[in-house]
Design a protein around this ligand. Structure first.
Ligand SMILES: C[S@@+](CC[C@H](N)C(=O)[O-])C[C@H]1O[C@@H](n2cnc3c(N)ncnc32)[C@H](O)[C@@H]1O
Length: 228
């Protein structure tokens, strides 16, 4: 595909610098139910160290248990500036915010107990590399939570999303036709839970337990629970 129709670091930075002043107006209410479910599914223990990838303006921050140790990274300094203001307003201790590219994280292997990425994975230029990095920095058996819209399984909707993809991707904000299953397969992540959330159940909330060694694994039926 023509590179003008792909997300790039430059287009993402430009787009999120432009939307950062009014991002919360769009992404707060409509996407709130999914956020609540995502934090629940994360299952944060009292001493857990959490990484939030592409934390944006920090809309999830009020939903975490108050004294949890959290690191938030984002490519966009403009988005992160809003998150910093939110941390100040909330008076949330133990939150560290860093401008960082999620395709090249400056953390050692197994640095975090759990990792969360809400509405991010279709907004990054290289989702495979981001998931590889998430796997690397998350400890074995840690929870990896992904909340996102993925290409619809419905034939008409799916075709529409594919048709609109070049134009939407060109805005630098996100790619509407990212497919969940091939993405996870490419990085060796297997979901133990998949739920449908938000308006018209149009977003998928996925939990993977981080398995670092290779072994045959089984995919669950949507909405169902497997293992823990
Ligand atoms: C749609 S926003 C989601 C923000 C936040 N997670 C939320 O739930 O509202 C996508 C975010 O991903 C960030 N992003 C895109 N590519 C990135 C990368 N390579 N590394 C880190 N953050 C990235 C953008 O800057 C933006 O803040």
């Amino acid at each position: 595909m023509d590179s003008r129709w792909q997300l790039s670091h430059k287009s993402v930075k430009r787009a999120y610098a432009a939307v950062s002043p009014f991002y919360d107006l769009i992404f707060d209410r409509v996407f709130y139910p999914g956020r609540v479910e995502a934090i629940k599914l994360l299952g944060v223990g009292p001493y857990d160290q959490i990484l939030e990838v592409g934390i944006g303006t920090g809309l999830n921050l009020p939903l975490y248990p108050r004294h949890r140790r959290l690191v938030g990274i984002d490519l966009s300094g403009h988005m992160l500036q809003k998150a910093k203001e939110r941390v100040r307003e909330l008076g949330t201790p133990h939150v560290r915010l860093v401008v960082m590219d999620a395709t090249r994280m400056g953390f050692q292997d197994n640095s975090f107990d759990h990792v969360l990425a809400t509405y991010v994975i279709s907004a990054v230029p290289d989702p495979i590399q981001v998931l590889r990095e998430i796997k690397r920095v998350c400890r074995p058996k840690g929870h990896i939570i992904i909340l996102n819209h993925f290409k619809s399984d419905h034939p008409v909707m799916g075709r529409l999303e594919r048709m609109m993809a070049p134009l939407i991707t060109r805005t630098g904000l996100f790619k509407p036709d990212l497919q969940l299953t091939p993405l996870l397969e490419k990085v060796g992540l297997v979901p133990d839970q998949i739920h449908r959330v938000n308006l018209l159940s149009g977003w998928r909330l996925v939990r993977c337990i981080n398995v670092k060694e290779t072994r045959p694994q089984v995919w669950p039926i949507e909405g169902g629970t497997h293992g823990s």
